[in-house]
Design a protein around this ligand. Structure first.
Ligand code: NCD
Length: 316
């Protein structure tokens, strides 16, 4: 049995084949409408979510399967003190696959160890968010034809943003990628990611405090919101929340084929006028997330032969 807890749970070839399948599903949706008939997805969301939860549920419904679950820790037995290990043991009796979002780093990892069904990490604390990464890669591949050779700017809360952490982990596996990390001093990419992921990759990287300085170099600009819920005090959040606001004027210095991505939700970091620019791909990115999750569900349930290799999940 395989799980997706960390982006490295899929090797590069598997990632490529999964994104190919997502593309095939996007182009020929009708052919996949009954693939998961009789199967149930449990969506276990201990933390708020709109896109991720609904896109998992939409993905399963579009495959002809069904869903059950909860959308907050208060409405689950976690409120009574149940452990993640016990929750997933029970859910294994009710569903064939589970997507779990949890405020605690490592919770989906524990679920994968104790459950009897494939577990997908739908975001754990400030740690990882591998299905968002697949969605990001899907969007980059579609608009730029591939990932190799691109200069990728990541902007905003690079400290607490789990989508950023997962994306970096996955991007280092491509060739000739260059990173530009744009953040305030206090929200820099965590030291362990620079040391254990970016530096060993040998890819060039730089840090910038102002997006204007680096805009002309970028092929992809990945904007993120400041993660209010992970701050220790409100004052720091208020001081840092508007560190970056992408406006049409700032975007004016960007390349004609620049791709502007954002995992959403957006708060203030992208001026709504930017939405009209053809380089603004974030809503298209969210649409792609459904096809990516359809491909993932099929693969983990063993219904898409050839995408995943025959091996047991080890935990990356
Ligand atoms: C992201 C998340 O939950 O980490 N949202 C999402 O899944 N699309 C980004 C965020 O909340 O800022």
């Amino acid at each position: 049995m395989r799980h997706l807890i960390d982006p490295l749970d899929l090797n590069l070839a598997e990632t490529g084949r999964l994104l190919d399948l997502a593309e095939e599903i996007m182009n020929r949706q009708g052919e996949f409408a009954h693939c998961c008939q009789g199967k149930i997805l449990a969506s276990l969301f201990f933390e708020p979510s709109t896109r991720t939860r609904l896109s998992f549920e939409s993905a399963m419904l579009r495959l002809g399967g069904q869903t059950l679950g909860f959308a907050g820790a208060q409405s689950s037995s976690a409120a009574k003190g149940e452990s993640v290990a016990d929750t997933i043991r029970m859910i294994s009796c009710y569903a064939d696959i589970a997507a779990m979002r949890h405020f605690k780093e490592g919770a989906p990892f524990v679920a994968a160890r104790y459950g009897k069904i494939p577990v997908i990490n739908a975001g754990d604390g400030g740690h990882q968010h591998p299905t968002q990464t697949l969605t990001d890669l899907f969007t980059i591949r579609r608009c730029r034809g591939g990932v190799d050779g691109l200069t990728i700017g990541l902007c905003g809360d690079l400290k607490f943003g789990r989508t950023v952490h997962s994306l970096i982990k996955s991007l280092v596996r491509y060739r000739n990628v260059r990173f530009v990390f744009i953040s305030p001093e206090e929200l820099r990419v965590p030291g362990y990611i620079l040391k254990e992921v970016v530096e060993p990759s040998g890819h060039p990287w730089q840090e910038a405090r102002r997006m204007e300085e680096v805009m002309p170099q970028l092929d992809v600009l990945y904007m993120t919101r400041v993660q209010r819920e992970r701050f220790f005090n409100e004052e720091d959040y208020v001081r840092l929340k508007d560190s970056y606001i992408l406006t049409p004027e700032k975007l004016g210095a960007g390349k004609g084929e620049l791709a502007v991505l954002h995992p959403l939700p957006r708060v203030n970091e992208i001026d709504q006028r930017v939405d009209q620019d053809p380089r603004a791909l974030y809503f298209e990115q969210a649409r792609g997330g459904v096809f990516v999750r359809m491909a993932l569900i099929l693969s983990l349930l063993g219904l898409a032969p050839g995408v995943l290799e025959e091996r047991e999940w080890q935990g990356a």
